[in-house]
Write a protein that binds this ligand. Structure first.
Ligand SMILES: [Zn+2]
Ligand SMILES: [Zn+2]
Length: 334
């Protein structure tokens, strides 16, 4: 089969790779669509110790099952492979399983990703796509589940009901846009500000969600007053801004993890009882609910997804790196 292989830092090559082999308890998916995630970019920059070249990246994937019990079904994959027997797996918090592996990672062991014509996956990670959901659009189930999980974490901790909250979303990438769409179209909040230094992306996102769109230096996002801040960026500087602008008793939802360390205003966090919540992936239940949300078109049209040929994937990575893409999500088609 053909695959887009991550061969070295900032290098991807479209080339011939071995077909996946049939395994007990697994099925092979013919990939129809596979999205480029922020974490793929992180790997591309050589900054992910769990993704070492050579490796096929990609974990936001939908397609058709070629063999086994789901043969001929249209499916979207939950890329998070967990043990199924630890305390987290048994209590609906599978994403915290310590033996978890994601598709498109090779540490602690190899799991090839979805920037390829085919991929093999455990049967329990296969979710059927309802007929009313477009197979290509189903590829955004994964980032949508990440966003849904983050919004639910905020909702559970907030003393103020979500529609009453003034909310800042840092980052106008797919996770920023999806959190905003869920907050506004499902949770009924109409007091969202989205900040991003990339004007192209802000303009693109403004077509799909009702919010204020500003650069990170705008005074709107430099004075205290937000009940909840979603940091989908995860840089030291975005965390510092989050703690500066969050209200006493407010919440920071930390989703991005571009830069895992750095200074933080622990004084304010302590004296003003700011809740800092780290959030990672989603539970199986969140993933199931996400498919329903997408199938029911609860987030409106998904024309913010840009589709490109897998063959030209390397170019897409380059453009995302340079910040010249307006689309918050690029999905590659084999
Ligand atoms: Zn992802
Ligand atoms: Zn487990």
């Amino acid at each position: 089969m053909k695959a887009l292989v991550y061969t070295d830092v900032e290098e991807l090559i479209y080339k011939e790779e071995k077909d996946p082999i049939e395994k007990v308890g697994e099925s092979i998916l013919k990939v129809h669509a596979s999205g480029i995630c922020g974490s793929d970019m992180h790997a591309y920059h050589g900054k992910d110790e769990r993704r070492i070249p050579p490796l096929i990246l990609g974990h936001e994937v939908s397609g058709k099952i070629l063999n086994g019990i789901f043969k001929d079904k249209t499916a979207v994959l939950n890329p998070l492979i967990t043990c199924g027997k630890c305390e987290y797996c048994l209590n609906g918090r599978e994403h915290l399983c310590q033996d978890r592996v994601l598709l498109g990672m090779n540490r602690p062991h190899v799991r090839q990703g979805a920037f390829a014509e085919m991929i093999t996956v455990p049967n329990q990670n296969i979710y059927e796509v309802p007929e009313k959901l477009n197979i290509k659009e189903a590829a955004v189930a994964e980032p949508t589940a990440v966003s849904l999980h983050a919004v639910l974490m905020a909702e559970r901790s907030s003393k103020t009901s979500l529609p009453e909250c003034r909310i800042l979303v840092q980052g106008a990438g797919a996770i920023g846009l999806l959190c905003s769409l869920i907050l506004s179209k499902i949770k009924g909040n109409n007091n969202i500000t989205i900040s991003d230094p990339n004007k192209l992306r802000l303009d693109e996102c403004s077509k799909y969600v009702d919010a204020k769109f500003v650069g990170p230096k705008d005074k709107e996002v430099n004075t205290d007053g937000f009940d909840i801040v979603f940091d989908t960026v995860g840089l030291e500087i975005s965390r510092q801004q989050a703690i500066t602008v969050v209200k006493p008793g407010g919440i920071i939802i930390h989703i991005g993890l571009t830069q895992p360390s750095g200074q933080f205003n622990f004084r304010k966090a302590t004296l003003q009882e700011v809740t800092f919540i780290g959030t990672y992936c989603y539970t199986n239940k969140d993933f199931e609910n996400t498919i329903k949300i997408l199938a029911d078109k609860d987030l409106g049209d998904l024309n913010w997804i840009e589709y490109r040929d897998l063959k030209k994937g390397a170019e897409a990575f380059k453009q995302i790196h340079k910040g010249t893409c307006a689309a918050p999500k690029i999905v590659l088609l084999p």
